[in-house]
Design a protein around this ligand. Sequence first.
Ligand code: 13P
Length: 340
Amino acid sequence: MNINQLKSVAQAIVAKQKGVLAADESSPTIKKRFDSIGVESTEENRRRYREILFTTDGLERNVGGVILFDETLRQSTRDGVPFAEVLADRGIVPGIKVDKGTKPLPRYVGEKIVEGLDGLVDRLVEYKQLGARFAKWRAVIEIDESNIPSAFGIRVNAHLLARYAALCQELDLVPIVEPEVLMDGAHGIERCEVVTGQVLEAVFAELDAHRVLFEGMLLKPNMVIAGKKCPRQASVLEVAEATVRCMRRYVPAAVPGIVFLSGGQSAEDATDHLSEMNAMGPHPWEVSFSYGRALQAPVLAAWKGSEANAAAAQMALQKRCRLNGLARDGAYVRMMEGEA
Ligand code: 13P
């Protein structure tokens, strides 16, 4: 295990003003995204869309890493340059989603586990050859107002995350550890804070037991936020305060960065929350983003599958990257959304 390499890659991904572009939608997920703009999910459309993302001018200013899906890591630009090379040449670290999606947790109605440990070492070796320098595994924690998640559901997901993270580090790949407490449902922000705290406590206990090097990993958690159907939505300040409080309680200072997922928040909310949290700093870790939808929703809306809109799509991505870069310094205000 190359400790210095793990540390330096983790730090590079969350360098000042930078975060992660999560472009690792699995085939069923990208189909959903394409359906929303009336575009057929063919291999060429997926390739072209990702090419538009990765060749956006100035992307490297605010993006330190990009998470790819298996198919995407094997794809290239029109000119035949593999995407991993395109990114690495610009100083952006290519990464790979390695979990194989969720399955119901037997006998725990409403809870999920993630598949993907079988054969993982062989896949990691190949991904490294293809240019990946970090990996991501997403655990999904369902939440309701009372019984879900169970202590067992939390423990089993924490264990899987730690097994994955330890295997990655053995092979000098930085693990992004993603325990996502969903924002679906009617629970309030208080319930989200309790559950997120329980999950993070369990995750770091398992990571520690598996001897994962905290300095050579990144955490990708949800923000502490009310469920979408909760009648009382918390303010930006409340979300930032609750999230920072929860992270300070449960995330060791040795972890170089926390890269939040957006989880279904609007692009503007996700940027605003990130900025507010950074304004409350300094923090022991970099506080950054690893957004999928909050970076890409405006890009998809601008692109609509048409070549004529490629430049507009790239401008939409540049805007989100620039604003999230400002949010890394706590310097974003909503008024900036109206600026060119
Ligand atoms: P969202 O930001 O859309 O939640 O996606 C991030 C991600 O990588 C989910 O695994």
